[in-house]
Design a protein around this ligand. Sequence first.
Ligand SMILES: [Zn+2]
Length: 292
Amino acid sequence: MRTAPATTRSAVLLVVVLLAVAGCARSGDAPEPGATRPASSPPSAATSRAPVTPRSTAAAPTIRPEPPLAGAVVVLDPGHQLGNAAHPAETSRPVDAGGFTKPCNTTGTATEGGYPEATFTWEVALETRRVLRQLGARVLLTRVRNSAEAWGPCVDERGRAGNPDEPGPTADVKISIHADGSVSAGAHGFHVIAPEERAPWTTDIAAPSLRLAEVVRGALVDEGLATSTYTGNDGIDVRGDLGTLNLADIPTVLVELGNMRDPGDAALMTSEEGRRAYASALASAVERFLAL
Ligand SMILES: [Zn+2]
């Protein structure tokens, strides 16, 4: 006999289904796979598809909700580039910064121990991107590597990244990631810089960018990070001299995550745990801002 009689197969199915529905998950109660099948019966197609281990109802397949940032486009701008210092001609070239010119880029700062700002901003950007992708966002970076051989991009290119008239998708929000290098005694903590309203450059983005700055500040504070003791107002500054902000046509801020010359801030920045905290706060800020 090649197959079990229909009545036997039905009985087997019924038992398997009843076990699954009853949530008979205790190992002592769980029959061995096939234990309910007569020894002489080969497995039918139907029984081979049935769950071999009874499952509780909690393990039943569920429909996943759409991730919270599905469809969102975020630009992360890791400040500077590791090789900027080796390319003074390229990085000192004047570029438009929103009605005036500034050097293409600068070298950035470093901790007393020599950990460069370019590497810090790159590592925080990658971790922030990882978290944002988990939340469903599409993330674009303004530079694709952190290399001692590379330089730029210039601040005008960073400022335009994600704008509606640029190639590629238009971004919903952009965060430029930096760290400061103040040598004032005791200077530490982060500050978030929003674009000053400068017609016609930032008229369209000044208000939403200030809201973004407040949200970023809130997320960093919630992560346990301290606001700046030495600049801005309660962790927020507004500036009109930054091409990266002036040239944006989407809500944007530039965040100085801390003072690399301060031993406490430097300890956070040079540790993976610290960088994860910064990134977690930035990703959370994006999620909060886009939910407003
Ligand atoms: Zn910087």
